[in-house]
Design a protein. Structure first.
Length: 264
């Protein structure tokens, strides 16, 4: 399993590396086009005065044997849910992966939606199918915020769980030192209207690929530790066996020598 996870990890890393540049440029363009005047015209930028109902989208894996990977994600989601409920918001929980679904079923928490069909090779269509309905709910004011809980892939040994608010869209602060002159066609308003849903979908897609890579990294580490522990255990048993066998042989030789001496 360690070798299989290592093989899958390489492909998952390639998907993470491929997803990040597009996301970075998309975020930069969105930041440059954003203005308070335009924000009033787009529902995805609507900032509610108070979050009365929120949705939490949790990404976990379908399989275990990955150490504390899924437990850490579930713990992060529980913390986000508790914070929202403490502030007086009702929370709809959406879960991807059998491990997350199994936990909330165990604690008798009803889920607004659950998915187990997303593999360790997520696609842009998977992200679209996950978040489009939630975006529509936000536009129709059925929910006031959407939080995404996933794993951030730093390295095979560092895959911390993260929680981020993806709705309403909050563009990063503009870099005043970086000025770009865009030629906008047909206009900024129409371009922003197309970019906002793409930005949200891309955020979910990036979270999917990073979580998939994190799962393989965590599984490789867990299986390596299991192999090392099993090897140490085998070595310990072998030493104990050899010591016991040596003691038995020594005792038998002593008995034979003693018997021979008695015959003399």
């Amino acid at each position: 399993m360690e070798m299989v996870a290592t093989s899958k990890l390489k492909r998952a890393q390639d998907r993470v590396v491929g997803a990040r540049p597009y996301a970075a440029v998309l975020r930069e363009i969105l930041t440059d086009l954003y203005s308070p005047e335009l924000a009033d015209r787009f529902p995805l930028l609507r900032q509610p005065h108070k979050v009365q109902r929120a949705a939490v989208l949790l990404l976990t894996s379908n399989r275990g044997l990955a150490g504390g990977f899924n437990a850490n994600l579930i713990r992060e989601a529980r913390g986000a849910i508790e914070r929202l409920e403490k502030d007086g918001a009702a929370v709809d929980v959406h879960v991807v992966g059998r491990k997350g679904i199994g936990y909330f079923k165990y604690v008798n928490r009803a889920l607004a939606a659950s998915r187990t069909d997303i593999t360790d090779r997520p696609t842009a269509d998977d992200a679209k199918s996950l978040v489009d309905d939630l975006m529509q709910q936000f536009i129709e004011k059925k929910i006031d915020a959407l939080y995404l809980v996933s794993a951030k892939y730093n390295s095979p040994l560092s895959t911390p769980p993260v929680s981020e608010q993806i709705l309403p869209v909050t563009p990063p602060a503009k870099d005043t030192k970086r000025v770009r002159d865009y030629i906008l066609a047909p206009n900024a308003e129409e371009i922003l209207g197309l970019l906002l849903p793409a930005y949200v979908r891309n955020t979910v897609y990036r979270a999917l690929v990073e979580t998939a890579a994190s799962e393989q990294g965590a599984r490789r580490t867990a299986m390596k530790n299991a192999t090392d522990n099993a090897t140490d255990l085998l070595n310990t048993y072998k030493r104990n066996y050899n010591r016991a066998r040596q003691a038995q042989i020594t005792q038998e030789i002593a008995e034979i020598v003693g018997g021979a001496a008695a015959l003399e």
